[in-house]
Design a protein around this ligand. Structure first.
Ligand SMILES: Cc1cc2nc3c(=O)[nH]c(=O)nc-3n(C[C@H](O)[C@H](O)[C@H](O)COP(=O)(O)OP(=O)(O)OC[C@H]3O[C@@H](n4cnc5c(N)ncnc54)[C@H](O)[C@@H]3O)c2cc1C
Length: 282
C-alpha cells in the first residue's frame, strides 16, 4: 500500500498533522519509536485551556484521539529514508511507501543517568530556565542542541558553565561562557544537586541543564541530504524541506520547543501537504 503521507513521530506535531490530514480526506500512517519528549514531562501548565496535565496524559489523549479517527499508528523505529519515484521508509520491522513524508521527530533530550537521581536537574531550558534566573547553573552537553539551550539560558541565567563530560566541544557558544572539557567524575547533592566534580576540581551549582545528544531527526535528515541549520531541519514557509514532498514540523525544525508551537505547526504543515498532493495530482 502506498500512503498519502507517512508521519514520523507521534508527539504533538506528528499526531496533529495526522489528524488534519485525515480530516482533509487523506490516509496517513504514523510511525514512532516511543512517546518522545512528553514521556519525560511531569507537569505542563502553559498549554491553552488545560491548567495542568502530565506529559504522558497529554500523549495518551492525542494518540487515542488519532486512533479513534482510524489513523494507523505503528510503534517502530525508522532507520532509513530514501526517495525514488516515491518515499521508502524503512523501520526495524518493515518498509513502507508514501507520496509525502513528515519528519516530526522532535529533538533529542537524552537522559543523563549520573544526574537523574537529583532534584534541580532539567532537560528543558525554555521550560525551566526561569526558575534559575540569577543562579549558578551547569549546562551538560557538547553539540548543537547544547548550544541551542545555551542561547536560551544566556538571556535568563547569571552564571553558566558548560560541561562536555570528556567530549570535544562541537558547537559554537559565546566565548565568555567557561567550558569544562574534563569527564564528570561525580555529581554531589543532598537530594538537590549542589556541585559537579570534574578534572580534580569541584564546581558549586544551583541547578543543571542536560542537553546531550543530537536531534533524533538528524540522522534521517543526513540520509536524504536534507538541509540542516545545526541540528534543526530547515523548511520553507510551507514546512517543506529542500527535498520535494518531504516536510517537517515541531521541535525538529527548532525555534520554541513547546507543545503549543508543535501543535500549530502540525496543523499548518498538514494544510500545505494537502495543497501539495492536489497540485501534483498525487
Ligand atoms: C522535561 C521536559 C519538560 C517540558 N515541559 C514543557 C512544558 O511545560 N510545556 C510545553 O509546552 N512543552 C514542554 N516541553 C516540550 C514539549 O514536550 C515538546 O516541545 C513537544 O513534545 C514537541 O513535540 P514534537 O511532536 O515536535 O516532538 P516529540 O514530542 O518529541 O515527538 C517526537 C516523536 O518522534 C519519534 N521519533 C524520533 N525519531 C524516530 C525514529 N527514528 N523512528 C521513529 N520515531 C521517531 C519519537 O518516538 C516521538 O514519537 C518539555 C519537554 C521536556 C523534555
Amino acid at each position: 500500500m502506498k500512503y498519502d503521507c507517512i508521519v514520523i513521530g507521534k508527539g504533538p506535531a506528528g499526531i496533529t498533522a495526522a489528524i488534519y490530514l485525515k480530516r482533509y480526506g487523506y490516509t496517513p500512517l504514523v510511525l514512532a519509536k516511543d512517546g518522545g519528549a512528553l514521556e519525560r514531562v511531569s507537569d505542563i501548565e502553559n498549554y491553552y485551556g488545560i491548567p495542568h496535565i502530565t506529559g504522558p496524559e497529554l500523549l495518551k489523549a492525542g494518540v487515542e484521539q488519532a486512533s479513534g479517527l482510524g489513523i494507523r499508528i505503528v510503534e517502530e523505529e525508522v532507520l532509513d529514508l530514501t526517495k525514488e519515484e516515491h518515499f521508502l521508509v524503512t523501520t526495524n520491522a518493515a518498509t513502507y511507501e508514501a507520496k509525502t513524508v513528515v519528519l516530526a521527530c522532535g529533538t533529542s533530550r537524552n537522559r543523563y543517568a549520573k544526574a537523574d537521581a537529583f532534584e534541580g536537574v532539567s532537560y528543558c531550558a525554555t521550560c525551566d530556565g526561569f526558575f534559575y534566573r540569577k543562579k549558578k547553573i551547569a549546562l551538560i552537553g557538547n553539540g548543537n542542541y547544547m548550544a541551542h539551550e545555551c542561547s536560551v539560558l544566556e538571556n535568563i541565567c547569571k552564571d553558566i558553565t558548560i560541561f562536555t563530560d570528556g567530549l570535544p566541544l562541537e558547537a559554537e557558544v559565546s566565548p565568555t561562557i567557561p567550558v569544562v572539557l574534563d569527564s564528570i567524575e561525580k555529581i554531589n547533592g543532598d537530594g538537590k544537586i549542589q556541585s559537579i566534580e570534574a578534572g580534580g576540581k569541584t564546581y558549586p551549582i544551583d541547578g543543571a541543564f542536560i542537553a546531550i545528544g543530537k536531534a533524533s531527526g538528524f540522522t534521517l535528515a543526513k540520509h536524504l541530504g536534507i538541509e540542516l541549520n545545526g541540528s534543526n531541519i530547515v523548511v520553507d514557509s510551507t514546512y517543506m524541506t529542500n527535498i520535494d514532498g518531504l516536510f517537517s514540523c515541531g521541535d525538529s525544525i527548532g525555534g520554541l520547543l513547546q507543545v503549543s508551537k508543535a501543535v500549530g505547526e502540525g496543523a499548518n504543515c498538514a494544510s500545505f501537504i494537502s495543497k501539495y498532493l492536489k497540485k501534483n495530482n498525487l
